[in-house]
Design a protein around this ligand. Sequence first.
Ligand SMILES: [Mg+2]
Length: 159
Amino acid sequence: MIKLVIFDADKTLWDHYNISEFQDPLTLAGRDVVVDSKGRTLSLFPNVRKTLEELRRRGVRLAMATWNFPHKTDKVLKALELYDYFDLIVSRDYPYKFVMISEIIREFRKRNLNLKPEEILFVDDRRAHFGNVWIYVGKVNCLEMWKDISDHLEIISKV
Ligand SMILES: [Mg+2]
């Protein structure tokens, strides 16, 4: 049974490949579109909001593991009003998802929730991360966005 879903951000939740480039001030152009001061634009993918809502409704914990400067991730999530959906946001200036996932597991343990790797679902648009997750973390369930699934709503049927 899946107790925690961990999401990548860039190209998984939204269409921009690197939100660390975004410069203040951020403005909204519609509920799901963020524009930075240089005109860079990010659009949330369809059904992301609905999927996060439904997972929470079912009592699944949500976390993020993203290679971005933490203050940039926080700003974008707050602009989209998605920040509060996540129990934990791990945003680091390095690409090692297995390190971030280990950190997430440790943090939940501190909160008295012991998660087995099999109880975790990790969603990322880059399959390249999965090998190290399996080697260093264990049998985490991994989904490659746009390959294993093409709509975020499909995640709901996996939990
Ligand atoms: Mg990505």
